[in-house]
Design a protein around this ligand. Structure first.
Ligand SMILES: Cc1ncc(COP(=O)(O)O)c(C=O)c1O
Length: 347
């Protein structure tokens, strides 16, 4: 879709937001330099602010969440060694085989459970180093969980997983593309999450409203290596302060307001619950998964019919659709989407 008319309600993803006027002003005013020379003061500020937020020594600005995840995976797992993750994890399902194709990393998955992880089950999968099995070097979790309907992994589960990782001598990575949403939903401090992980990836462009940008967070040593890996993949940026300024603005102005997105997602889910397509109590953040198993339309047909009526939704699987609230979705948009979806799903 080349252009979105202003009257269209776009619930496909929280990545569809457009920079606000204030964010654009911050970008226009950004002090910049050549970031490959580490000369961009705005990028440097963003990296040190984000590192501090998560209780880590350093952070590296990247173009995307996928790049941040894949740099972290390459830091933690050497070619031929193994990463454990959920079968529906973004790092496994939506990064186009990058762990294998770029990092030479072998991936083994636990069955899809979304955010409902059991540390014991993951512990039982860890293979110790030693010929001839593939040694497990790292575990990746996703907070919040995208295909898991925006579910939040409880802090207690993450602590149990940290103990498992320590006991087995493996590293723990968090795909924290929407960790802000977990922080707002559960009231857990970002550094309380951050200190549990060896590396995190966090995104400024999913719900926070920045046009571009993610960061890898970790120790100073790891982030120094991350800088080399980013450059090797062609990810060195020059006057990236223009983008970092958007990220700083997003961090300073758009985190607490995520509570509004969560409330709107909940309102949408409650309105659609009587149609048997969603459990509203399970909607904790800004993602509303629709289970269309018993619905009159499958996900692609529903998405097409909604689009004809000016409401865009995502068909994730043949019978699973997803609605996402974000900065550009207000109460009126929720009312519109509810009307359109209710009409179509009643059959
Ligand atoms: C959980 C999760 N991780 C990582 C990413 C990757 O982000 P990007 O599209 O910036 O590569 C996404 C994208 O939506 C995501 O939902």
């Amino acid at each position: 879709m080349a252009e979105r008319a202003d009257h269209v309600v776009d619930l496909r993803s929280d990545t569809v937001t457009r920079p606000t006027a204030q964010m654009r002003a911050a970008m226009a005013d950004a002090e910049v330099g050549d970031d490959v020379f580490r000369d961009d003061p705005t990028v440097n500020r963003l990296e040190s602010e984000v590192a501090a937020l998560f209780g880590h020594e350093a952070a590296l600005f990247t173009q995307s969440g996928s790049m941040a995840n894949q740099i972290a995976i390459q830091l933690l797992v050497q070619p031929g060694d193994e990463l454990l993750a959920g079968a529906d994890a973004h790092v496994v399902t939506y990064e186009l085989g990058a762990a294998a194709a770029i990092g030479g990393v072998s991936t083994r998955t636990w069955p899809s459970v979304g955010a409902n992880l059991e540390a014991d089950q993951i512990a039982a999968m860890i293979r110790p180093p030693g010929f001839p099995s593939v040694p497990t070097r790292a575990i990746a979790v996703e907070q919040t969980h995208n295909l898991g309907g925006g579910g939040v992994i409880p802090l207690a589960t993450l602590r149990a997983l940290r103990e498992v990782a320590d006991g087995a001598g493996v590293a723990l990575h968090c795909d924290g593309a929407r960790i802000w949403h977990a922080h707002v939903a559960d009231g857990v401090a970002l550094d309380a999450y951050g200190r549990l992980f060896d590396t995190l990836s966090v995104c400024l462009s999913k719900g926070l409203g920045a046009p571009v940008g993610s960061l890898v967070v970790g120790s100073a040593d790891r982030i120094a290596r991350a800088r080399v890996l980013r450059k090797r993949m062609g990810g060195g940026m020059r006057q990236a302060g223009i983008l970092a300024a958007a990220g700083l603005h997003a961090l300073h102005h758009h985190v607490d307001r995520l509570a509004e997105d969560h409330a709107r997602a909940r309102r949408l889910a409650e309105a659609l619950e009587p149609l048997g397509v969603v459990d509203a109590d399970a909607v904790r953040t800004n993602l509303v998964p629709l289970d269309l198993t018993k619905a009159p339309l499958d996900a692609p047909a529903l998405a097409a019919a909604c689009a004809e009526r000016g409401v865009l939704i995502a068909a994730m699987l043949p019978r699973i659709a997803r609605l996402v609230t974000h900065l550009d979705v207000d109460d009126q948009a929720i009312t519109r989407a509810t009307q359109v979806l209710t009409t179509l799903l009643r059959g």
